[in-house]
Design a protein around this ligand. Structure first.
Ligand code: PEP
Ligand code: MG
Length: 571
């Protein structure tokens, strides 16, 4: 990440990773998400007896829980659920018991809370699945309790008094759940990558967002900023009139996007399927209601079962898959029949399933995840394929099935045979570099490929997709990642078979045009990204897309690739 800021961060431009397009101009509002070290150092733990410390803990835990409950009362849906769960966790008797035990062993209150939370983090992480996801909430609760104990205000997102640009190190789920898009003009974080929680929430809310922005926390509250969620820049104290003019032009352009109604394709009429990524029946119905969806390019089936300890029966699975298939029944825009790409369980690594995964793997991202689960448990895959076939027959929606984490041609061939036996159309995901390099041979066995750019990037760059410190590496604009995508797309062109992209790269309107220029035939993304991507593609010709792809592939780094592609597209 390059910055050309002056040291006091009162002028210049910060650079980060753009994740949600759009321009915003307004004052900075800085969210403090950590308790200051000075305040903790100044806390005199020995002034409280064990009994007084326990009483103080009860008081603080109650206040933190009440804060979450009050926020939950003004939120709805998933946000309210997250906040209510955090309130329960702050009052948890087990957590209190662990704190009291630490106090009895002689710890002061701050150390007791830290040690108790640490033991819970270890337990939650070991349990995997949904419980592991609660670790971020636990850490948030810990910071809030400690802030109150040492006499500081709870860290978190201040309520904006005027429409503002929110700056934070990174945001906890409880912070993002309460964000009001009518007063938060844009989000800028110092840490986090394109797949971080902040990025996912910003995408859902449609707020311009730049993550991994070095130097963002040095910006003083109230400083006026111009955030560009396409270029990934944050201009400090820009010329106000010019900034307002650019924001107004952007707003006009976005209004034009809002009226985009599909079907997907370039300005000169090359058809490109614009599809949605979904997690269950509810998100599939929401996608169809909110955007001109031509099908589903990625149904992440594992997300239906994160809280299950037992494998669901074939009948239950068929019912759940059927909800997605029936939501997509019939024709989409342009009178094209919709279809759904169901992905078999991608359990493991960041999404462990209690009934499927091994525990205690040293390196789960490189371990038994996705298709690899079927090596030791072939029945799990067979039952899931039976359930998908049953659901497809009942719903009548065209159903394609793909496996995640495929590394060899024989894996693709075996999977394809099992899918064809059930009368369905087989494909595999390209997430491992070996699959991209052998795409032409994979296509001798399967009918389609779908590139999972999130994992393809992590495995190509050997950089954990969740590691915020490596956000500059986990960027699909990296030249090596673009090369592998181009190899895969070219294999599809040669074989005359469809090759889609279903990772986050498809949701970037500029990158989407480059992908099309490489030969990609479908783009699948969060429903909120469908109009921006569809409209952008509709404004450029296939020749421009090819030029953009060529320019990006020739660039030496992600920033240069993005700029070269923008120039080729006339942006
Ligand atoms: C990907 O890896 O790009 C992908 C779409 O799969 P997931 O994000 O579910 O791992
Ligand atoms: Mg993946």
């Amino acid at each position: 990440m390059v910055t050309d800021t002056s040291s006091d961060t009162t002028s210049g431009t910060l650079h980060g990773t753009p994740v949600v397009p759009g321009l915003a101009h307004g004052p900075a509002l800085v969210a403090r998400t950590d308790v200051s070290d000075n305040a903790i150092a100044a806390f005199d733990g020995s002034s409280l007896t064990e009994g007084a410390a326990t009483e103080r803990y009860d008081e603080v835990a109650g206040q933190v829980a009440d804060g979450f409950a009050a926020k939950a009362a003004t939120a709805s849906g998933a946000a309210a659920e997250v906040l209510t769960a955090s309130a329960g966790l702050a009052r948890d008797k087990g957590l209190r018991g662990a704190v009291v035990k630490q106090l009895k062993s002689g710890d002061d209150l701050v150390s007791a809370v830290e040690a108790a939370v640490e033991s819970f983090v270890t337990i939650f992480t070991g349990m995997g699945g949904l419980m592991a996801e609660r670790v971020t909430d636990l850490r948030d609760i810990e910071r809030r309790m400690i802030a109150r104990i040492v006499g500081e205000p709870e860290p978190g997102v201040p309520v904006p008094e005027e429409p503002s640009i929110l700056i934070a190190a990174d945001l906890a789920p409880a912070d993002t759940a309460g964000l009001d898009p009518s007063v938060v003009l844009a989000l800028v974080t110092e840490r986090g990558g394109p797949t971080s929680h902040t990025a996912i929430i910003a995408r859902q809310l449609g707020i311009p967002c730049v993550v991994g922005t070095a130097g963002a926390l040095e910006v003083r509250a109230g400083t006026r900023l111009l955030v560009d969620g396409v270029a990934g820049t944050v201009e400090i104290e820009p010329d106000a009139d010019e900034a307002d003019r650019r924001v107004a032009a952007d707003r006009e352009q976005r209004a034009a996007l809002a009226s985009w109604s599909g079907p997907g394709g370039t300005a000169d009429g090359k058809p490109i399927r614009i599809l949605a990524n979904v997690a269950d029946g509810e998100s599939a119905r929401a996608a169809v209601d909110s955007a001109p969806v031509e099908g589903v390019g990625l149904f992440r089936t594992e997300l239906c079962f994160l809280n299950r300890t037992e494998e669901p029966t074939v009948e239950e699975q068929a019912e759940i898959y059927g909800q997605v298939l029936s939501a997509l029944a019939g024709e989409g825009p342009g009178d094209r029949d919709r279809y759904v790409v169901v992905r078999t369980l991608d359990a493991g690594s960041d999404k462990p399933l209690a009934f499927a995964n091994l525990t205690g793997e040293e390196n789960p991202a490189l371990g038994v995840r996705g298709l690899r689960l079927s090596f030791g448990n072939p029945g799990l895959m067979e039952r899931q394929l039976d359930a998908i076939a049953q659901a497809a027959k009942t719903a009548g929606t065209e159903t394609w099935v793909m496996a995640p984490m495929v590394a060899t041609v024989s894996e693709a061939a075996d999977f394809a045979a099992q899918v064809r036996e059930r009368g369905l159309k087989p494909g595999v995901m390209v997430e491992v570099p070996s699959a991209a390099l052998l795409a032409h041979r994979m296509l001798e066995h399967v009918d389609f490929l779908s590139i999972g750019t999130n994992d393809l990037t992590q495995y190509t760059m050997a950089a954990d997709r969740m590691a915020s410190d490596l956000a500059h590496l986990t960027d699909a604009w990296q030249p090596a990642v673009l090369q592998l995508i181009a190899i895969t797309a070219e294999a599809g062109v040669q074989a005359g078979k469809s090759v889609g992209v279903c990772g986050e790269a498809a949701a970037d309107p500029v990158l989407a045009c480059c992908l099309v220029g490489m030969g990609i035939t479908s783009l699948s993304m969060a429903a909120a990204a469908i109009r921006p991507v569809g409209a952008q593609l509709g404004r450029v010709t296939s020749d421009q897309c090819e030029d953009a792809a060529e320019a990006a592939l020739a660039a030496s780094d992600p920033k240069a690739a993005r700029e070269a592609a923008r120039a080729a597209l006339g942006l």
